[in-house]
Design a protein around this ligand. Sequence first.
Ligand code: XMP
Length: 604
Amino acid sequence: MKNRKSIVILDFGGQYAHLIARRVRRLGVYSEIYEAETSAEDLKGAAGIILSGGPQSVYDTNSPKGDPKIFDLGIPVLGICYGLHWMTSVLGGKVKQGGVKEYGKARVSGVGGGASALFKECPEEFSVWMSHGDEAAELPEGFEQVATSDSCNNAAFADETRKFYAVQFHPEVTHTENGDTILKNFIGMTDADPWSVESYSENIKEEIKEQVGDKKVFMLVSGGVDSSVAFTLLDKVLGADRVQGLLVDTGLMRKNEVEDIQEAFKDLGLPNLRVEDASEEFFANLKDVYEPEEKRKIIGQTFLDVQKRVSEEMGLTVENGWMLGQGTIYPDTIETGGTKHADQIKTHHNRVEAVQKMIDQGLVIEPLKDLYKDEVRELGEELGLPHDLVWRHPFPGPGLGVRILCAGKEVPSAKCQVPNLELGTWNLELNCSVLPVKSVGVQGDGRTYRHAIAFFSDEPCVIDEELWKKATEIPNKDPEINRVLKCTSHSNPVEFVFTTGYITLERADLLRKADAIVTEEMHNAELYEKIWQFPVVLLPFGTVEGGQSIVLRPIESTDAMTANAVHLPENVLKKMTERIMSLDGIDLVFLDLTSKPPGTIEWE
Ligand code: XMP
């Protein structure tokens, strides 16, 4: 354990642990996530322990189990949902396997006159969010019922003497009323150290100095929020002469991105960022390349080549006393929960083998590794980085490279079942047409590479409920389709004219212009900071020879693992479409209505 008192969240799977950890931080004390199986010995220094929910039943053979000795540590414990079940079974109570799953809203009523310290200042009755099959049928010795609900007799119970609490509902979810009060009451029973971005930045300075010692730090700055904040922090703590940043301009960045970053660091008095314009090299390597995976590989390899060349040229090697800085944030580092007990495991690029080796040798410093994205943004503002840079949407490493679709000479063909359509023809009754390009999606656990279908109507910028429904139904039913679009520039299907092309400076410039229009209009409508990301994609076909199309893909998400398409107001959509249509070379504009899954956020 670190030498500070935290509320430890034991992660029993799903997304719950992160939600709890963030809530606890927002309530002003330190929180840390640990694997469910962590030994009591390793948790001795915790201020309090919260057992998270999880998707399994305690009766499943491989369901996660904690160390029962944590109940001997003399520390307050709060079990939530699965955490309640595990706690009940370990302490001698009985868990009943529920026949029906209870999802969604429920009402709980306090019993015992609301005397439990956990429910202090909560009303007698309130709404909560439940998601469970099992429930506690018999309470362990020493516990008393605190609340009931219609369908769950023991909705909350407590052993006030030992400060052990259990709730069947999820106090960390926004739909639960009084969730913060309940968590605050629990925190109040512990001696957890106060948390704030200011106190974090004070503490982290000492940790950085200690870890770096007399070495120097080399950092790749991408233009994104995390690496910019990490670079600024290291600079301020170690001094510009002991930190060197490298920004590789791939030619696939957003409009003014490189200039804005340079300007921001200059204004902060930080001269130690080298910008290497490698755009010609990138475009040369991408000539005649059409396949998405091949493009990704080439972009990644070119990036490594440039980085190696420049760092050797500048003598930034381990032998010369340099270590690597990374902008890794908390969700990236958790190999437990959210990933360990979840179905999908994703290796983050900051944790690839070569980097992991350097981490083991103490050659990597990651000053943001305890922070969530919103906290990184707060810290960035405190360090003096401009608001707009700090609030920028996440941008993929390969940049616009995964947003410029390429086409070889052969037009792909497909027969789609749902609208019974061949490519290029249209269904007059449904007013839709299948597009002659494929994009990447995700269904089940696997990657798909399929066509998009576009719908047309007399009011192009109005998306009715029927169409939102179709956006879910069609990819589920038709094995040829993974995305559903609405054409926002035309009322009726048009003949698509296909243009072969790979990634060029001209195409990147055209996409940059469309992307800048979208960013500007989202700011004008005060929507930019309300959504997670808004990829803008260039497609290689139009209505005339050489014409191209733009796809708008606004999405909301909390972690990019799943996402929903955003319902943009009609006037905003109309304005964006009009402005993009006025660009030379753009013939059509579409809005992507697909959630993830079945679509991915990016098109490639
Ligand atoms: P997908 O398209 O998989 O994207 O739904 C999920 C999130 O990851 C970003 N993304 C990347 N980020 N390197 C990155 O650093 C990549 O190769 C990459 N591909 C996708 C994407 O923008 C979204 O936020």
